[in-house]
Design a protein around this ligand. Sequence first.
Ligand code: ZN
Length: 218
Amino acid sequence: MKINHHPDDATILAYAAGAVTEGFSLVLAAHMELCPHCRNRMAEANAVGGELLSELRPVAMSAGGLDNIWSRIEQEPEVAVTQPAVPAAVDGVPGVLTPYLPEGLGSLPWRSLIPGIRQYVLGGVESGRGSVRMLSIAPGTTIPHHTHMGGELTLVIKGAYEDETGRYGSGDLADLDDTVGHQPVVGRDEPCICLIATDDRLRFSGIFSRMLQPLVGI
Ligand SMILES: [Zn+2]
């Protein structure tokens, strides 16, 4: 899998600091499962975060203070760092998503939004004013041009789409903020299935699209 599009530095840092919604965390964890490059960036962000934290923490020193600190550190039991177990990827779907899609992609209860676009909303994921959903978009479909009130993370699971910022295939992550408008067009060969997290509502640009918004509920 050749991945060409990754989250921004600011997004990685926010994720490392625990400052993103659960929905964003899920999409980022799914991307990192597929992307060694971003797993490394995440490790670096965690290291930087730890250093900043240690600089921010004031320590009142007294006579013999440093010795006290060292003896306290030595008394701390060593903690074995273990990664939480991630279920294996099934059918190209990252393992972190399997608890939300226990039956796999094939038997998801998709709901049709508009012709060519079906969605499945992942329930029980904290997303602020936004949402986390899977979209299955028919080959050749154009999504109405829109911008975002907040951020939008899109991870392509299967298929591909193109917009003003490039071509996005399996494993690619589009990291858009409220300054970017786009009009994704799905490739003609196969449907595009992607996982999309927003932390606020989308804002469609055209009048017709704005009329669609209450119906679509995005
Ligand atoms: Zn990446």
